[in-house]
Design a binder for this molecule. Structure first.
Ligand SMILES: [Zn+2]
Length: 154
């Protein structure tokens, strides 16, 4: 029997129906403690979506890459972004689902090699969640630069 893996990010799927289950678990953590660990929610969704580019429209993927670079350039503006309430958080979750379609969605010019994926963050558990999401986001940026999908000089 071959090991089931997510076709987009490569997460092993042996204990879940699909990769989306990992995201749902993290969103659950965000909602249960949205003023605590929920502060990284934006990064969780961004990292997950960037590893699943078909969720985005082509334009949406460009915006997401820009928003990732913006985070590393100005982390403090991102923190202001994070002064949300539960309602904003909910609309954030809803927004990204409506972008890509099967005929029209984001693709990378060359497929990045992901070093950390959603399954790693979930498996390490809630006590390490915040630090792992930061490491995850960092690794997503590095993989996108290494694969030529983000220009590191821009
Ligand atoms: Zn995946």
């Amino acid at each position: 029997m071959t090991e089931r893996k997510c076709l987009e990010c490569g997460s092993p799927l042996e204990s879940v129906a699909g990769c989306r289950d990992y995201l749902n678990e993290m969103i659950k953590w965000d909602f249960e403690d949205f003023t605590g660990v929920g502060k990284v929610h934006h990064l969780t969704v961004l990292s997950y979506n960037l590893q699943h580019p078909s969720l985005y429209s082509p334009k949406g993927l460009e915006d997401a890459k820009a928003s990732l670079q913006e985070f590393f350039r100005h982390p403090e503006s991102f923190n202001r972004h994070n002064e949300w309430n539960k309602k904003k958080l909910a609309s954030n979750v809803r927004d990204w689902k409506i972008t890509g379609t099967s005929e029209n969605h984001g693709v990378y010019v060359s497929v990045p090699t992901w070093k950390i994926t959603a399954s790693d963050v979930v498996r390490a558990g809630l006590p390490h969640y915040v630090e792992n999401v930061k490491a995850w986001t960092d690794s997503v940026l590095k993989s996108l630069i290494e694969s030529g999908n983000i220009d590191s000089t821009s």
